[in-house]
Design a protein around this ligand. Structure first.
Ligand code: NAD
Length: 349
């Protein structure tokens, strides 16, 4: 066994159908008396139902995507005006992002109740966008102290959003398996995360209200979040970041690029790929991931989500310019080939 470093992150997880009934108890356990509840306008009804009978300081239900600084500052101001002593982030990665923004400047503890598969609740990573760019960083202060996973809250997450978000979580697990700073503990979580998500997502797409599958997917999303929190990302995430800068949607881009990024690294990360194949129950990994996308009725071509052919060379150049650890050397010509294949939606072998 190679030597390695493992960092365990201290969060308390309460998992299960109906677990959100313990919200009051968990707030109390944090020693908080004046929680500020955060949500998107779309989840405001859920907030009203779940906080009935709970003593709260107030609600900020104006969360938007990408944590724009101005909106984050409004939430921070409200937390301070209300003298809040904790934040309850009830929603997806965007809502949890607002909780982290408040925690970053105030140190307030965050209690997260995730309703998507972003995995953000398990990470120390924060992001704030300002003037078209997103600043990100890692800070232990922003890691939610408590996470309540209640699969019942995810039953209404639309099947296609669930599928793309779940594939994004699978991408976190795959890259953790070949991360230069990976370790055997994270690999256990990553393999189990891929297994759980790839088993649950096809069921969710055909039966969105299947509680068993929803539970399995949420468990996989937790594991996926835990894997990215302590390992570095590689080619796949860097490419998706570049494509995101060109205006492509986050989760869908991850889904489409993943089989091709896995093809790129396949021969250079044999042990990781064997784990991916074991978790998926199919091989070779690039084709198996591509087939999973098709099974989930997800798009398989970058051209279908708005990437223009004329942008391929520019994206390949940006991705190849900045050096970062990746199992296989990141070079312009093969990265361009990867992007061309993803653009056209070719099935990798
Ligand atoms: P999201 O939080 O923006 O949610 C998408 C939409 O779905 C919202 O309108 C929301 O109201 C709605 N929604 C949420 N839960 C629902 C439910 N159960 N039923 C019906 N509708 C529901 O999307 P997301 O994919 O969860 O998060 C994306 C954001 O999270 C991005 O900004 C990304 O950068 C960030 N993120 C951060 C980390 C991290 O570690 N910091 C990790 C992953 C993602």
């Amino acid at each position: 066994m190679r030597s390695f470093v493992y960092t365990g992150l201290p969060s308390r997880v309460v998992f299960g159908a109906g677990a959100v009934a313990k919200l009051g108890e968990e707030v109390e356990r944090l020693g908080a008396k004046r929680p500020l509840v955060l949500s998107t306008p779309g989840r405001a009804g859920m907030v009203a139902a779940l906080t009935k009978g709970l003593r709260i300081a107030g609600v900020f239900d104006q969360v938007v995507m990408h944590t724009p600084l101005e909106a984050a500052n409004q939430a921070r101001k409200l937390a301070s005006e209300l003298d809040a002593d904790c934040c309850i982030a009830l929603g997806g990665g965007s809502t949890i992002g607002f909780g982290k923004a408040i925690a970053l400047t105030s140190g307030l503890p965050v209690l997260a109740v995730p309703t998507t598969y972003s995995g953000s609740e398990m990470t120390t990573i924060w992001g704030i966008s300002e003037k078209q760019t997103k600043r990100t960083g890692r800070d232990p202060k922003v890691l939610p102290k408590t996470v309540i996973y209640d699969p019942e809250l995810t039953l209404d997450l639309p099947p296609q959003v669930s599928a793309a978000s779940g594939m994004n979580a699978i991408a976190h697990c795959v890259e953790a398996l070949y991360a230069h700073d990976g370790n055997p503990i994270v690999s256990l979580m990553a393999e189990e995360g891929i297994r759980a998500l790839s088993k649950a997502l096809p069921i969710i797409v055909s039966e969105p209200k299947n509680l068993e599958a929803r539970s399995e997917a949420l468990y996989g999303a937790w594991l996926a979040g835990a894997t990215i929190s302590t390992t570095s990302v590689a080619l796949h995430h860097k490419l998706c970041h570049v494509l995101g800068g060109l205006g492509l949607p986050h989760a869908e881009t991850h889904s489409i690029v993943l089989p091709h990024a896995v093809r790129y690294n396949y021969d250079a990360a044999r042990e990781a790929m064997a784990r991916v194949e074991r978790a998926l129950g199919a091989a070779p990994a690039p084709a198996a991931i591509y087939d999973l996308l098709a099974k989930l009725s997800l798009q398989t071509k970058l051209s279908d989500i708005g990437l223009k052919e004329g942008d391929l060379e520019r994206a390949a150049r940006i991705a190849a310019e900045a050096p970062y650890p990746n199992p296989r050397k990141v070079e312009y010509a093969p990265v361009l080939e990867l992007l061309r294949n993803a653009h056209a939606g070719r099935r990798p072998t």
